[in-house]
Ligand binder design. Sequence first.
Ligand SMILES: Cc1cc2nc3c(=O)[nH]c(=O)nc-3n(C[C@H](O)[C@H](O)[C@H](O)COP(=O)(O)OP(=O)(O)OC[C@H]3O[C@@H](n4cnc5c(N)ncnc54)[C@H](O)[C@@H]3O)c2cc1C
Length: 380
Amino acid sequence: MDFNLTEEHIMIRDAARDFAKNELLPGVIERDEKQEFPKEQIKKMGELGFLGMMVSPEYGGGGMDTVAYVLAMEEISKIDASASVVMSVNNSLVCWGLEKFGNEEQKQKYLIKLATGESIGAFCLSEPEAGSDATSQRTTAIEKDDHYLLNGTKNWITNGSIADFYIVIAQTDKEKKHKGINAFIVEKGMEGFEIGPKEQKLGIRGSDTHSLNFNDVKVPKENRIGEDGFGFKFAMKTLSGGRIGIAAQALGIAAGAYELAKEYSKVRKAFGTEIMNHQAIAFKLADMHTSIEAARHLVMKAACDKDNGENYDLSGAMAKLFASKTAMDVTVEAVQVHGGNGYVKEYHVERLMRDAKITQIYEGTSEIQKIVISRSILRD
Ligand SMILES: Cc1cc2nc3c(=O)[nH]c(=O)nc-3n(C[C@H](O)[C@H](O)[C@H](O)COP(=O)(O)OP(=O)(O)OC[C@H]3O[C@@H](n4cnc5c(N)ncnc54)[C@H](O)[C@@H]3O)c2cc1C
């Protein structure tokens, strides 16, 4: 594996780092407390090209590779995981799937707006009775004349109220089980489409999470993505790449907490010396640094696999599993290094600890990643 970054990679990483420090850090504590969506900041991220990084320039994107994307995700997540989840959903779950599997009209109508950040996307798979078991879709899309009639409920949808376009997975033919599932582009404002109340969350509190209700929503036939029955495969393929983004998010949360803990250990004194001089603290930092480096290697491996046209189901799942555990372990220890100060908001590490947990849950829980990994290694 060659992780030598190009000049462009370094430029993108530095631009994301500067943006996070200058634009996301101010107000991040208040937004977390008030569960406030970083609206202005996301608008600027769109203008800077962070919302459609991998989309080809033909469709308004940055034409960058996955390595560039994970570098930027890591930097944004060090400061504000509520902003990086918007970036992750828009880039990997919405734009990527549309560019790869959408038709030309869909790309012209939706992808260009999404890639430039003019519009925001959401990816709607989970339901009250279909989370890890995504095949148990209860949302139905029944074919009628020139449209599908969409009925059902999706929950936990990131960008739920702020999105303009929603990729919705629904069952069109129950008999065919997962082969009777389709993916549709639904527009905000379509008749019968209702947005439920905002979820009150432990972490990534600035992100906008809602349930969605569809009551006889008429979705034009031309809004189906791919061939009839392609929806489940579409969702799995999209999530496989999405996991690389979430792994990078977890890595960023861990790295952000580690950097804060390291700096704090150099200035905080106990027993007449800086706490970094106590071996118990120095060893914690050594463990944090080592696991972050290991997580970064897995994330980069998965990103390189994707860029090189290799299969990335296994490397992406391993990256997400390991990086999300690293995010939990490191943030808990970062709070410990800060002592009492770690427990209050102004030092940031308690927020990072709360934000870390979601990376073990969404886009496939850690248990589901282990299923993906074990199936893959046992098949060989
Ligand atoms: C903040 C937030 C944002 C989200 N954003 C989105 C979004 O934008 N779009 C979207 O579609 N979804 C989204 N989700 C949903 C998320 O992907 C699901 O919560 C997740 O997939 C788990 O599903 P579940 O909550 O139904 O848990 P369940 O599937 O009920 O799982 C409960 C527990 O059982 C375990 N489990 C389940 N099946 C197995 C098994 N076969 N073997 C071993 N263990 C198992 C799970 O790992 C978990 O520990 C979001 C969730 C949250 C909390």
